[in-house]
Write a protein that binds this ligand. Sequence first.
Ligand code: PMP
Length: 441
Amino acid sequence: MHDETRVSGQQDRSAGLTARLANVLAGGMGSGGRYEHRDLVIAKGKGAHVEDANGKRYIDYMLAFGPLILGHAPRVLSEAVAQSLETGIMFGAACESELLLAEEVVSSFPCVDKVRFTNSGTEAVQSALRLARAYTGRDKILKFEGHFHGWADNIFISVKPVAHMGLASHPKAVLMTPGQPKSVIDDIVIATWNDFPGIEQIMSRHGSEIAAIILEPCPTNNGFLEVAPGFLEKLRALASAYGSVLIFDEVVSGFRMALGGGQELYATVPDLCTFGKAFAGGLPIAGFGGRDDIMSLLVDNAVSHLGTYNSGALSCAGALAVLRELKRDDQAVLKHIHRLGKELIGGFNQVFQETGAPLCAAGPGAVVSVYGSPTVPKTYRDVLSHNKELLARIHRALLHRGVWSFARGTFMISAAHDEDDIQETIQMMKRVLTEDINGAG
Ligand code: PMP
């Protein structure tokens, strides 16, 4: 990954740091999600670019797995954080920036009457699931195969391919890591995205036990998968009919696909939603919110939601600055992001056509997916049958050429990317396919 053409063994500071990291950090990484770029050590980031410890520059489409919607070190965020450093970073009590942030969230998401903040998307999902269970007095959760809702034991289920995952038509709940108690799968029912008749069947059997139906309205965690027209509306009606709480996990889609996420895009209002990532431009704050009667269970701690770091003043002030920037000038930032994303998709598809590479690109713009097949997949199982090996080789080759994307072929766009970044990336994709990857066509 380090550019051997520029960095001799003596000067390879990244390699030296990587070796030292492996001595003291388990697996040499801070999170298992960083495996594919585990030998990348970043020194600094500004705008749409990062520089590694060797001084090599990359156009960054990882954006720290999505949060950096304004790019690296944006002025509005730096100023808000700097001010908070002067006036106190957390109090374990309410503060004005928490109030202003909550008001912004309530006005952004159609489903949110009341909100609470957490430190990560994983915690937000846990809180929403607990509320749904408390509200319904039921235990079971219906989730979709391939949808990711954080890494907690009770929901890190059927996210990645493993043996014994069942037929495509009848996917099974499968654990994702040693260490998860086997009992957690007893409370999970797995459904297939866009298969409404299948879900009707599941609900007719288990509906009275299902506390919540949880989903990513714009699934991106295995490549972007479009929702079938009418699917969310039908799910909405079904959840209501069975008295189950409908939860949209908007951790990726919220404040990126649209300010109000999938619920705004698809005009379908869930009972609860979770959000994070782009919401705070990289600061460790996320949240959950929804209907007043469900959120009211938190009043007087009837249902517990705790956390030393919840609603920290620094994170609230930073997230508030990010949201104000996203809302400014009739949402100019999101328009810019979507426009550049569409340009990247068009450019990539042209390159794939010219080179005959068996690939295609699609997505809503703010997220761009390159798929390991010539046609856009409809289901998670379609994605699994794709040429992952080719995508992985392209990822490595692009990284070598200074373009940093997700290994699965996802590119996230920020406010800081510009036309030059997009054009350079399209050119790099062409060079990777024509010069680096043998037999791609
Ligand atoms: N939900 C979704 C849809 C996500 O994509 C993620 C993270 N990729 C999470 C929840 C978990 O968020 P976090 O990493 O902040 O815990």
